[in-house]
Design a binder for this molecule. Structure first.
Ligand SMILES: C[S@@+](CC[C@H](N)C(=O)[O-])C[C@H]1O[C@@H](n2cnc3c(N)ncnc32)[C@H](O)[C@@H]1O
Length: 247
């Protein structure tokens, strides 16, 4: 699916979010608070839009994703960034490699999101941090109703006009609705072995930015191993029910 949408992915994002993605991305970068000389994993990096601010700041960022279509578009646009093909549930990196790990609008798409959380813990250095940006649940009921209407009715209709693969945006809307809310995701992070878990709502909760840290060497690896118990998330089940659209 992401191979199909790759060429117009960033433009469509800007249109459907009415430019909000740029603001959300800035908050993620601020929360990461990384410095030149540090090494960052941007997981499910897609076309590398979420990786660019780190590269621009002289930070050693690895953009990892399993869609070769997305990676190719990214590499063409930013040949200076290291794009690496890899599965979030079996990361091709050694333990304790990165000073910080991040995933923007990607965790919801991973088949086994809890495994990805455990893998990010494994490859992050003790004391390192994690920042996740993901769609979430608006907290005020009226805002939630309006947003749900937009998501389920307006967004797919706009996608028909602007995307080469409108069905992917039906999946987007449905996957957002099936995804756990802010508090639930915070519990997943703790279960995966992450410490100091907190989150901040953006746009009234349309997006939540979760932050966490990896404890010292004695706490990290054992918790990660426990969290590697197989899990299949709600979005994975939804995805299996969506037929691949005709080209
Ligand atoms: C919505 S895009 C996000 C791209 C980018 N992070 C951004 O902020 O624009 C989600 C990405 O997750 C990737 N993805 C989904 N499951 C994955 C997995 N198991 N391993 C690696 N990448 C995965 C997809 O290929 C896609 O590029």
């Amino acid at each position: 699916m992401f191979d199909d949408v790759a060429p117009k992915y960033d433009v469509v994002n800007d249109v459907l979010s009415m430019g909000q993605t740029r603001r959300w991305r800035k908050v993620v970068v601020e929360a990461m608070d990384v410095k030149p000389g540090q090494r960052v994993l941007d997981l499910a990096a897609g076309t590398g839009t979420s990786s660019e601010p780190y590269a621009d700041a002289g930070i050693d960022v690895i953009a990892c994703d399993f869609s070769l279509g997305m990676l190719k578009v990214g590499k063409r646009r930013r040949p200076d960034i290291d794009f690496i093909a890899g599965d979030a549930t079996r990361l091709p990196f050694a333990d304790n490699t990165f000073d910080a790990s991040t995933i923007s609008f990607g965790l919801r798409n991973v088949n086994e999101p809890k495994k990805a959380l455990a893998e990010m813990l494994r490859v992050t250095k003790p004391g390192g941090k994690l920042v996740i940006a993901e769609f979430s649940q608006p907290v005020v009921p009226l805002w939630r109703t309006m947003y749900t209407e937009y998501l389920m009715r307006a967004l797919p209709a706009i996608a028909v006009k602007v995307s080469s693969n409108p069905d992917a945006y039906v999946y987007l809307a449905e996957s957002i609705r099936a995804w756990p809310d802010q508090d639930h995701l915070a519990v997943w992070l703790k279960e995966a072995g992450w410490d100091n878990v907190s989150y901040r709502n953006l746009s009234g909760g349309i997006v939540a930015v979760h932050r966490a840290a990896k404890a010292g060497a004695e706490a990290g690896p054992s918790a990660a191993a426990a969290a590697l118990a197989a899990h299949t998330g709600p979005v994975a089940k939804l995805r299996r029910n969506i037929a691949r659209p005709a080209r």
